[in-house]
Structures are given as C-alpha cells and as structure tokens.
Design a binder for this molecule. Structure first.
Ligand SMILES: [Zn+2]
Ligand SMILES: [Zn+2]
Length: 220
C-alpha cells in the first residue's frame, strides 16, 4: 500500500490524482498508476488520455511533476491558500474530465492548420533530471499564439490520444519519471538539438528510440 500519486504543475492551477504508484517490489520503479478500481488503465481510457494530452498543451513551458501527496512542493502549493483545481474530481472547485475537455478541438488539427493556424513548432515532454525526452509532434497554436494541442504524424492522422503507441508512451513517461521535474517544451524544428546523450523517444529521428520499444511490456 502507500499514498496516492498526483500530477501537478508549478503554475498551481491543476492537480490530478492518479491513484497509487504500483511497483513490482517495494521502493522499485513505478510500472503504472492504479487509477480507480474497476476502470480501464489510463492508456486504454479515451477520456483520461485526452485529458492528459490537453493538460500537456495547456502547460507548455511549465514544470510538471508526478509525486506523492506528501511531496514538499505539492504540500507547499496546498498550503499556499490558492488551491489548484482538482481534475477528475467532483468537489465544488473541481473539474470533471468531460468539463475539462468541453470545446477542446482535439480532432481539429488538419482543419485548423488549413484555416491558417500555426502548427510549425515541435513539442517534447522532457525530464530535467534524466537524458530522455518524448516527441509529442507539432504544436498547433490559436490566433493568440497559445498552444492548443499536439499532433504527431500526418495532419490527417488521428488525435495523439488515439495513436496507441504514442499515447502509451506518454503515460509510461509519467511512470519512468515519477517524482522527477518534467517540462513540456516547444520550439521551431531543428532549433535545439537534444543535449549530448539525450534519447528522443518517438518522432522518427535517427538515433532515437522507437515508440514500440519504449512501450513494450507497459501495462499502464
Ligand atoms: Zn501549469
Ligand atoms: Zn527523469
């Protein structure tokens, strides 16, 4: 047993309970988050997976972490007097997933791109402690320049949450880097090469790791 894990952001606007982190042995590497009993695992849940991809787009540039509820940073946020909205909870200030996703154009990449929205920059989910990053695809921005969504592959490809290997890779990244400082970054293609030794998962570059290899055996 043990405490639950929460995905939260340094901006203190959002916090998402993912259930207990499960390891093969006590203190070992996290292999998945338990979620709610009786529900499908996160990568198999359309609703939860869409919400994760929206959260990544909403918090570009911010520092994200998954950590226990006793984590000092999360504790500090909770003590600050300004409570983050709890995602997938039903308290007065909380945000159920359908409300979080309402109006979000998850499937709109091709249409919005041809309507002139900017989709040039490339996004990555990076760990600031480990030499590993996950390619998230291109960043579609609204007219004001705010990131709307990430889209990998051809414009007509289905949304990232429904690309099974990429979606599973995003959930796996959150387990591999449990308690680590994470950051979603976006910049023009080729502007910044990964640091020496940094492995890029997905994205189809030479020298990176394939999504298939990254999610092999993953059950979360
Ligand atoms: Zn944030
Ligand atoms: Zn890490």
């Amino acid at each position: 047993m043990g405490a639950s894990a929460f995905l939260f952001c340094s901006c203190n606007r959002i916090c998402w309970g993912l259930g207990k982190p499960l390891s093969e042995q006590p203190g070992g590497t996290v292999i998945r988050y338990a979620g709610d009993p009786g529900q499908p695992v996160f990568s198999q849940s359309r609703l939860h997976s869409s919400a994760l991809w929206k959260l990544l787009a909403d918090h570009v540039g911010h520092q994200l972490r998954v950590a226990h509820d006793w984590d000092p940073e999360l504790h500090g946020q909770m003590e600050s007097g300004v409570l983050p909205a709890m995602l997938d909870a039903d308290g007065e200030l909380d945000v159920p997933l359908p409300a979080y996703l309402a109006g979000w154009p998850e499937d709109g990449f091709a249409n919005l791109l041809s309507a002139g929205f900017d989709g040039t920059d490339e996004g990555f989910l990076t760990c600031e402690r480990c030499p590993e990053r996950l390619a998230l695809g291109r960043v579609l921005r609204d007219r004001a320049g705010a990131p709307l969504l990430f889209h990998a592959g051809d414009p007509g490809e289905v949304a990232n949450s429904r690309q099974p290997e990429l979606n599973a890779a995003a959930w796996r990244f959150l387990t591999v880097h449990f308690q680590h400082p994470l950051r979603v970054v976006a910049y023009p293609p080729g502007e910044r090469a990964p640091a020496d030794g940094c492995v890029t998962v997905g994205g189809g570059r030479s020298g990176g790791m394939s999504l298939a290899a990254y999610v092999r055996g993953f059950t979360g």
